[in-house]
Design a protein around this ligand. Sequence first.
Ligand SMILES: NC(=O)c1ccc[n+]([C@@H]2O[C@H](COP(=O)([O-])OP(=O)(O)OC[C@H]3O[C@@H](n4cnc5c(N)ncnc54)[C@H](O)[C@@H]3O)[C@@H](O)[C@H]2O)c1
Length: 465
Amino acid sequence: MENQTRRDALRKISLSLGGLALGSWANAENGAEANLQPLELTPPQYPPLEKAVTAITLGAGNRGNVYGNYATKFPTELDIVGVAEPIVIRNDRYAKKHNIEDTRRFKTWEDVFKVPKFADAIIISMPDNLHHASCLQALAAGYHVLLEKPIAQTEKECREILAAAKKHNRIVAVCHVLRYAPYFVTLKKLIHNGSIGELISIQHFEPIQHIHMAHSFVRGNWHNSRQTTPIIIAKSCHDLDILRWLVGKPAKRISAFGGLKWFKRENEPQGAADRCLDCKAEKDCPYSALKIYHDKGSWNYAFDLPEDKSKHAEAITTYLKSTNYGRCVYRMENDQCDHYVANIEFEGGTTAAFSMEAFTGYHGRRTRVMGSMGDIVGDMTTFTHTDFKTGKTTTYDVNSFDDGIYAKQGHGGGDIGLARNWVQAIARQDASLLTSTIEASIESHLMGFAAEKSRKKGTVEKIVL
Ligand SMILES: NC(=O)c1ccc[n+]([C@@H]2O[C@H](COP(=O)([O-])OP(=O)(O)OC[C@H]3O[C@@H](n4cnc5c(N)ncnc54)[C@H](O)[C@@H]3O)[C@@H](O)[C@H]2O)c1
């Protein structure tokens, strides 16, 4: 009876996610009724800190607020004491939220380093092209760093940051948040505790979701690979990183294919215009900015809307008239691939097949892990383990995991997990409390740069660490 109730609950979760949850995917593949289990995981426990870690945020946008919110939630652990942000309303709101003194509010990141060091650490949550210079300055000034991915825009710049972290003996954590998500932590544990025998290969699928693609990689901040980074790094460095981490061995060779197929002028509908507000085909277009930003509110996080909700519609219209978010997806200056596949060979012969797809109606990474004595099929909501020796099939349900901290948080709890471990690593001067140090994280970037070379030149590329 209890099993029945849990099965019903899982089915409801699957339905509420549009039938995407693994309930349908894994069970169908394994051809068996799954034995449902809660996620078995105890996140690391830390004794209280004597003093909160102090940090300065460079870039008070979306990600700057994610990490800032950790400080408001856990003020005895993290205290934001400075901010650099050129957009006045963001700077004002951030300073107010964290009670930052006027003398420690700056317009741009360079200004922070014109005054003597006044915090333990720097949080770099600015656009990709500002990571390299600001991180080098932060390290030279003696700060520890929380560095948003991508580390930097080129392999050379990534290596320079690694060298500077070593030279100045500072901790640099890269925001590969998935490593801290209870789902992936448990997956790694199962792969390496003998549950599937020897790891043979992995298939990993990243469905970006078509609206997310349009928002971030056609219209948004990352639409141009030269101004930011190619999508295999800008978006999928998380996936290359998680593959490297799950396998537990370095990648040796990579080959890649992909391109930009759909979001081009030649595919625009009849009656298209530069902006959706003037478009005759807008009503039938799934990428209509009016639908995305007026009707589906969640993408509005990119706008600084007034506190007064009755003024939102007018403010959104102004954004759609004046920013890229109101432009036709077929008339942008975008060059990011909308489909991308890569094959990777790891030390010891384990292989991985990775696929990034823009054209899905759903989010949520899907991973199939194949071992000599078992396999695992997962979709970030649940995963199912089949033991070949016993034939037993067990489904682990992430939604059943609720420790009051990680559950139902951004990136499956990864955002909060990273912030928590980073704070502890700085406070205790112990980089081993982190899994995504610069030393570990750089590998995914080297894989990504090699994949781009392969995709453009039609070669199989060696990955040299
Ligand atoms: N780890 C993840 O999962 C994840 C998710 C999304 C974005 N990111 C990365 O985080 C970074 C920030 O992305 P975001 O979505 O928060 O973007 P965002 O545009 O919301 O925030 C960036 C902020 O930096 C500010 N900024 C620009 N120039 C500056 C300067 N000279 N000095 C100080 N601040 C400046 C901008 O005004 C903006 O407020 C990017 O590198 C992005 O790739 C990581």
